[in-house]
Write a protein that binds this ligand. Structure first.
Ligand SMILES: Nc1nc2c(ncn2[C@@H]2O[C@H](COP(=O)(O)OP(=O)(O)OP(=O)(O)O)[C@@H](O)[C@H]2O)c(=O)[nH]1
Ligand SMILES: [Mg+2]
Ligand SMILES: [Zn+2]
Length: 299
């Protein structure tokens, strides 16, 4: 008869997760608690340089998963002279899921609230213009509801706090179509997130937050004013957000983005009206990312 015994991670080979601080066995691929790639810790130690974490944040249903999946796909296809190589097969999962859904004319499902269900992508990226500069890019796909919970009662999701503290830059998605329709929700949610970042990243020596934040008005296909002049749109429709950016952030810029060229509508089993992406035509996806990296590189 065989007896099975649970073996604790050996301290000799055990590795501490860079994001949440959990000790994992040496051969673990992703952290057992937060799902962060353990290669991140190994590479940081081996190469002696900090990883470049870019965090995509925003309210639930704003389009984070779709944006991130399409961005990673463009990077791995060498868009705009960027070259990105995935570190670990798990890094390809998010882009694979999003591209498969869009190819089948559907949007991907919403991200689960549980931390260990978030998909992380870890890529080594560089730009043809500066071949010596290699970015260890880490981009997790966070659930909007988890962000909302953490912002309203801090320490509900400690991983979000430590992730933002370690981030070199952030891409904040704001629903441009909802803001254009007069809803105050996008403005208030973005204001809360920026206030949260202000608290987490505050540096006593500097007056303003140094971390670059690219603010992306998503679903620009619904609303042409977002693309025409994102700054003017924000000053008019997202005035609270605009003001906190000016007051507290050293580097911020507004962009607009969309992934669809044409939408169709149908109903699900519960008779809810659902949009279907009939034609995928990404616009403005790469610009916020390229701007964020350029600010990080020049700091
Ligand atoms: N018109 C339009 N709709 C979009 C676009 N991107 C996303 N959507 C819609 O927004 C919905 C939510 O997109 P997701 O990427 O899942 O949103 P999310 O921010 O990841 O949401 P959570 O996972 O709940 O945090 C999709 O199901 C689409 O209906 C876009 O570029 N244009
Ligand atoms: Mg999502
Ligand atoms: Zn972890």
């Amino acid at each position: 008869m065989t007896t099975l015994t649970a073996v604790a991670p050996s301290t000799e080979t055990a590795t501490t997760c860079m994001i949440c601080g959990t000790t994992n066995a040496g051969d673990t691929v992703v952290c057992s608690v937060c799902g962060a790639p353990m290669a991140l810790t190994h590479d940081t130690v081996d190469q002696g340089r900090d990883p470049c974490i870019v965090t995509v944040i925003g309210d639930s249903n704003v389009g984070k998963t779709v944006y991130l999946g399409v961005l990673l796909d463009m990077l791995s296809k060498r868009a705009d002279q960027f070259e990105a190589v995935p570190r670990g097969a798990f890094s390809v999962n998010l882009q694979h899921t999003v591209v498969s859904y869009l190819g089948a004319r559907q949007f991907p499902p919403k991200t689960a609230m549980e931390v260990d269900e978030w998909q992380w992508a870890y890529y080594q990226a560089n730009h043809a213009g500066e071949p010596d500069m290699v970015y260890d890019l880490v981009m997790p796909d966070i659930a909007g509801e988890a962000l909302a919970a953490e912002v309203s009662s801090p320490n509900t999701f400690t991983v979000i706090n430590s992730l933002l503290r370690k981030s070199a830059g952030a891409i904040l998605l704001v629903d441009g179509a909802m803001a254009a329709a007069g809803s105050p929700q996008p403005d208030f949610f973005a204001l809360k997130l920026m206030t949260y970042i202000d608290g987490v990243c505050r540096n006593k020596k500097k007056k303003k937050i140094d971390m670059p934040v690219a603010i992306v008005l998503s679903k620009a296909d619904y609303c042409i004013e977002c693309s025409d002049d994102p700054n003017r749109f924000a000053q008019t429709n997202l005035n609270r957000l605009w003001n906190i950016c000016e007051n507290r952030f050293e580097h911020f810029r507004f962009f607009s983005a969309t992934v669809v060229g044409a939408l169709g509508y149908g109903t699900d089993e519960a008779d809810n009206v659902i949009p279907y992406p009939l034609h995928v035509a990404p616009r403005g996806i790469l610009e916020p990312f390229a701007w964020t990296l350029s600010v990080i590189g020049n700091r």
